[in-house]
Design a protein around this ligand. Sequence first.
Ligand code: HEC
Ligand code: HEC
Ligand code: HEC
Ligand code: HEC
Length: 279
Amino acid sequence: MKSLTPKLRSLSSGVATLLFAMAIVTLGALSWTNVQAAVENTVHNLGTAGPAGSNTFSGTADVCVFCHTPHGGSTDAAVPLWNRTLADPATYTTYATLNSATIEGAIAPVGSVSIACLSCHDGTQAMDSVLNEPGSGLTNPTFGGGTWTGPNVNIGTGEMINAPNLGQDISNDHPIGIQYGGGGLTAAAPSGTLADEDFNDASFVDINGTNVFWVETGTNTTRDKTDMILYNRDVTGIAGGLQPFVECASCHDPHVEGTTTFLRTSNDNSAVCLACHNK
Ligand code: HEC
Ligand code: HEC
Ligand code: HEC
Ligand code: HEC
C-alpha cells in the first residue's frame, strides 16, 4: 500500500469519490438517518431512546444535543459545533507529570477533541448541562427539567461516575495531546517522513490548504473513520506549522456502533496499539 505511486493514490481516491457520490445519489435522504442510526444504538445516546440499562435522561429524545448544537456552539475547542462548556486545561494532571524518560514527542496542553470528551468523562459537570438546549432560545442548561437513570451517573448531580469516569487526573491514561511519531515529522514537514522508527508512517492529504494526518489501518490509502485519526495542533517552538497529535478520538470514534468501547478498529491482537507503535 505504501508503495503506491501518487498517480495510483489519486486514481483510487477518485474511484472512492465516485462510489461515494453514487452512494449519496442512491441513498438520498437516507444518509442522515444512517448517521443517527449508529450513535442512536450506542451508550452515547443519552436521550430517552438510549439502549436499555444505559445512562439516559428523561428530558429529551434528541441524540446529538448532549454533544452538538446547530447554533451557538463553543469555539473554545476544535470540535464541530460543540454544545458543552469546557474545563480550564490547567485543571488536568497529565501523563507529562510522570516525567517518562522515553517520551520524545512534544506535549500540548489538554485541548482539541480530548477536552470535549473530558467534558463528560472527567465527572465534574452534569451531562445534561449544555450551551443550547433543544428547542428555540439559546438557553441552558436543564432541558426544562428531566431526571437521570443508569449505572454510571450520579442521579442527583447528573455527573458521570464509576469506570467511564477518568477523573481530572489523566496521568494514568494513555498520553493525549502528544505529538505523533516520537518528535513528529522531520524539519521539512510536512513530508510524511517520521523522525522515529518506533512508529508506523502517518499518511496525509491536503484539504483546503491544510495537511490532515492519519495512520492507515486498512488496505486503501484514503482517510476513513476506521483509521487512527491524528489531530492538528500548533505548538510553539515546533518548526513546520501544524503538527499531528494523538487525542482521545484518535483511537475512539464516539459515534461508532457495534463496540462497547467505541474503538475505531478492533483491538484483537492489540491491533489498535500496533496501528501506531512499531513493536
Ligand atoms: C455528553 C457526555 C459524553 C461525552 C461528551 C462523551 N461521552 Fe463517552 N460516555 C458517556 C456516557 C454517559 C457513557 C457511559 C454510558 C453508560 O454506562 O450507560 C460513555 C461511555 C463511553 C465509553 C465506554 C465506557 C465503558 O466503560 O465501556 C467510551 C470508550 C467513551 N465513552 C469514550 C468517549 C470519547 C473518546 C469521547 C470523546 C470523543 C466521549 N466518550 C465523549 C458520555 C459522554
Ligand atoms: C457523546 C458525544 C457525541 C454525540 C452524542 C454525537 N457526537 Fe458527533 N462528534 C463528537 C465528537 C467528540 C466529535 C469530534 C471527534 C471526531 O473527530 O470524530 C464529533 C464529530 C462529529 C462530526 C464531524 C466529524 C465526523 O465524524 O464526520 C459530525 C458530522 C458529527 N459529529 C455529527 C453528529 C450527529 C449528527 C450526531 C447525532 C446523531 C452526533 N454527532 C452525536 C461527539 C458526539
Ligand atoms: C491510544 C489509544 C487511546 C487513546 C488516545 C484513548 N483511549 Fe480510551 N481506550 C482505548 C482502548 C484500547 C480501550 C479499551 C480498553 C479495554 O478493553 O479495557 C479504551 C477504553 C476507554 C474507556 C473505557 C474504560 C476502560 O478503561 O476500559 C473509556 C471511558 C475511554 N477509553 C475514554 C477515553 C478518553 C476520554 C480518552 C481521552 C482522554 C481516551 N479514552 C483516549 C484506547 C485509547
Ligand atoms: C494513534 C496512535 C497511537 C495508538 C493507537 C497508540 N499509541 Fe501509544 N503512544 C502514541 C504516541 C505518539 C506516544 C508518545 C510517544 C513519544 O512521544 O515518545 C505514545 C505513548 C505510549 C506509551 C508511553 C511511552 C513512554 O515513553 O512513556 C505507551 C506505554 C503506549 N503508548 C502504549 C500504547 C498501547 C498499549 C496502545 C494500545 C492500547 C497504544 N499505545 C496505542 C501513539 C499511539
